[in-house]
Design a protein around this ligand. Structure first.
Ligand SMILES: [Fe+2]
Length: 511
């Protein structure tokens, strides 16, 4: 049972709890104002991240054109006495003085502590973890997953509670920032106009990353990240924005947004962007226990179905069914990524196969918001509903390759939704959409629409929060963790509902 005291302690004092804070005043508010992070663990390594910024809300971070040497250190205990690895990196102005160190040669399946030193200053201490050995079957993996953290809609109390869960991993499923102009009268307000260039996106990420609760979550465990649309612009598809703007303009904007994303995330060189292209889809293994298949559903998707694509004309997001939505040539992932995923699913040896993606994948026909009492014969073209052949190819591969325990996690819809995925009349996998960190709900008919659909076991979008899953060889324990007050940074999380998924039983059971 969490108390307000433990949450405040865990969040506000996370770096100190992790070590060196007790030993001396080694933390700094200046060069390391964005804190530290780690990500993408393997059995022998992890990415360590920081970004130097003397003036964090300046586009160049106040660092000018200097190349800055940065030392990194890894310790095998939280007391800071046993240095196990150290090295030197350079913070480059071309990459916003971000640092991405790909450490290798570590022991598998254990925690490490790390910090950076630059300009005579030391960063806060972060805790990270390597993945278990390739053939190990660990007793438990605890991960929390979240999405949709609109700064203007509330405080990041979800992250304070995530820290208190002591997770092995944190998975973020998209909408890390929102790109819109500042609002009026919201609990918090974006600090710069809607970004369109690199400096604009850097300032937008900086606004979010200066939040101490978000920093604490990055410092407590390695993250696995993917993006959705708002990291660039609402509802984009490849190089088409909602207004069908000039694709060349969109490409420049996407290049700026992707670079800022890379600069702020603990990603490997594998994901370093090249202009408007950035490879984000990948797998991460947790021994033989679990594999995360991380998808990018934005960068390569086919054009929106059932509409014209006239330059400058607003696209339609909810339509009556039409053949485009079933077009076998259309893909939400793009064909190369889709082939990679299908091959991955054919080859996986993991007991749990966690499809780590942005939104809800379970079929969701909906009512016309203008006619809430009418039939549920409308389709959203921006989700998997708009790319149904693409979705069916994944379901078919789960079934035909006899993939062990597929399980889907998602975000995007600002709702807690638990649903059973079936295909060709057989139950296949559970899908858990884990709420939103702060962003307010948009679908007023969610509860009404899902009430008629037997696949849907739970749907609420009047609360904010995150998901927590304890994965063991025999079952997954899933909790939807809701916040009592998303406007209060010190709020408590509570169990909104819980499910158990047993090994080789694809239908979830109420816990
Ligand atoms: Fe969102």
């Amino acid at each position: 049972m969490l108390t307000r005291r433990t949450i405040i302690g865990a969040a506000a004092a996370a770096p100190a709890l992790l070590g060196f804070g007790r030993a001396g005043a080694l933390t700094s508010e200046r060069l390391f104002s964005f804190g530290v992070a780690s990500g993408d663990p393997t059995p022998n390594g992890v990415v360590l991240w920081t970004r130097l910024a003397a003036r964090p809300l300046a586009g160049d971070g106040g660092m000018g054109a200097a190349r800055v040497p940065v030392r990194w250190e890894i310790y095998d205990d939280d007391s800071g006495r046993h240095l196990v690895r150290a090295g030197d990196a350079v913070a480059e102005p071309a990459w916003g003085h971000s640092v991405h160190v790909e450490v290798s040669g570590l022991q598998s399946g254990r925690p490490y502590w790390y910090r950076f030193i630059a300009g005579g200053e030391a960063s806060a201490i972060g805790r990270t973890r390597t993945a278990p050995a390739r053939h190990a079957l660990p007793e438990r993996l605890r991960f929390c997953f979240g999405s949709c953290q609109k700064y203007e809609d509330g405080q990041f109390g979800a992250w304070a509670n995530t820290v208190a869960e002591d997770p092995d991993l944190i998975v973020f499923l998209g909408d890390y920032i929102y790109e819109e102009d500042p609002s009026v009268g919201t609990p918090r307000v974006h600090l710069n106009p809607a970004p369109v260039d690199l400096d604009g996106y850097r300032v937008r990420y900086a606004t979010y990353r200066l939040d101490p609760l978000l920093q604490a979550a990055h410092a407590v465990a390695p993250w696995i990240v993917t993006w959705d649309d708002h990291e660039v612009i609402n509802d984009y598809a490849d190089l088409a924005d909602q207004h069908n703007s000039d694709p060349a303009v969109m490409a420049r904007r996407r290049a700026a947004a992707y670079q800022a994303y890379y600069e702020f995330m603990p990603l490997r060189a594998y994901s370093r962007p090249h202009g408007p292209d950035m490879r984000l889809y990948r797998t991460l293994d947790w021994g033989r226990l679990a594999q995360f298949q991380v998808l990018d559903d934005r960068q390569y998707r086919s054009p929106r179905g059932c509409q014209s694509h006239v330059r400058g004309e607003m696209s339609v997001s909810v339509v009556k069914d039409c053949p485009d939505l079933h077009d076998p040539k259309a893909s939400i992932l793009g064909m190369p990524q889709e082939k990679w995923l299908l091959d991955t699913l054919s080859g996986t040896k993991a007991r749990w196969n966690i499809l780590t993606q942005q939104t809800q994948i379970t079929p969701y026909p909906r009512r016309d918001p203008a006619h809430p009492d009418g039939p549920a014969d409308m389709q959203t073209v921006d989700t998997w509903q708009g790319y149904q052949a693409s979705r069916n190819r994944i379901f078919a591969r789960w079934q035909d390759a006899n993939v062990s325990n597929p399980l889907v996690i998602g975000g995007d819809i600002h709702a807690f939704v638990a649903s059973d995925i079936s295909y060709r009349g057989k139950a296949l996998a559970p899908c858990f959409v884990g709420g939103s960190i702060t962003t307010q709900a948009g679908d007023k008919l969610l509860v009404q629409n899902t009430a008629d659909l037997p696949a849907y076991r739970f749907a609420r979008n009047d609360v904010r929060g995150y998901g927590r899953i304890d994965v063991t060889p025999t079952q997954c324990d899933v909790a939807f963790r809701a916040l009592r007050n998303p406007l209060d940074a010190r709020t408590e999380a509570y169990d909104l509902t819980k499910y158990v998924v047993e090994d080789r039983r694809p239908r979830m059971q109420a816990a």
